[in-house]
Design a protein around this ligand. Structure first.
Ligand code: ADP
Ligand code: MG
Length: 250
């Protein structure tokens, strides 16, 4: 489903990604762990076409992102094509990024009526359905300021899901939440995983990674230093950096 090869990215003379290879099969859930500054968010931003890699390729379902034309003669994609490619990937951020002046249902609808040009009625129906799916049917007409952090993040998840993405990216979705609100967001994500969504999740929640992920990867200084199924990752890491990292989070 996703195949990223040899991603490189620098800001000025700081090399942030130094050859990241990352692939994910349909229905697979991958957890991305690693110290702050190791390149996790940058990797997600490249996959979501928020930024362009200096080198390397990203394919989704065999199509190279950010480019158009035949595989042997790709050209940089114009903004119109990029906008279309972005729709294949849903993203949820640490700071929910909801529109404060729109209620929950309007927030969830926004992409459908603008990017997808759905009718107001159809968009509203799908948005309400999606809010029910994340347990917020009763809060559909509340504004972000009237919702808890956990509820806001669930609205953000519904807003991504309503676009029917093939792949969902989560960038520390519970890091900004009070501890008592973390569980409700992780439960929604776990349901989503069980329903077969393909997911890439940057998280510090090691218990979640262990229970829900099919594979766990460790980023360190712009490369992936370890990648294996959860039990091996947590019980029997191969890399010295993983052992050190786990000592700090446990
Ligand atoms: P992580 O998500 O693992 O904490 P990031 O991918 O956010 O790491 O960042 C990796 C490094 O890249 C950090 O040192 C960060 O300061 C730097 N960085 C990220 N985005 C930018 C940017 N837009 N301009 C300059 N430096 C950046
Ligand atoms: Mg980050």
């Amino acid at each position: 489903m996703l195949d990223a090869r040899n991603l490189h990215k620098s800001y000025g003379d700081k090399a942030v990604l130094r050859g990241v290879d990352l692939s994910i099969r349909p229905g697979q859930v991958k957890a991305m762990l690693g110290p702050s500054g190791s390149g996790k968010s940058t990797t997600l931003r490249l996959i979501n076409l928020l930024e362009r890699a200096d080198a390397g390729t990203i394919e989704i379902d065999g199509k190279q992102l950010g480019f158009t034309g035949r595989a042997d003669a790709p050209r940089p994609a114009p903004e119109r094509i990029l906008a279309k490619q972005r729709q294949v990937v849903g993203m949820v951020f640490q700071q929910f990024n909801l529109f404060p002046h729109l209620n929950a249902v309007r927030n969830v609808m926004s992409g459908l009526t603008t990017v997808r040009r759905a009718s107001h009625k159809e968009a509203e129906e799908r948005a309400v359905m999606m809010l029910e799916r994340v347990g917020l049917g009763a809060h559909a007409h509340k504004y972000p300021s009237e919702l808890s952090g956990g509820q806001q993040q669930r609205v953000a998840i519904a807003r991504a899901l309503v676009m029917d993405p093939k792949l969902m990216l989560f960038d520390e979705p519970t890091s900004a939440l009070d501890p008592e609100l973390v569980g409700e967001v992780l439960r929604v994500m776990e349901d989503l995983a069980r329903e077969g969504m393909t997911m890439l999740v940057v998280t510090h929640e090691t218990r979640f990674a262990r229970r829900v992920a099919d594979e766990v990867v460790l980023f360190d200084e712009g490369v992936i230093v370890e990648q294996q199924e959860p039990e091996g990752f947590f019980e029997n890491p191969r890399n010295k950096r993983t052992k050190e990292f786990l000592r700090h989070v446990h």
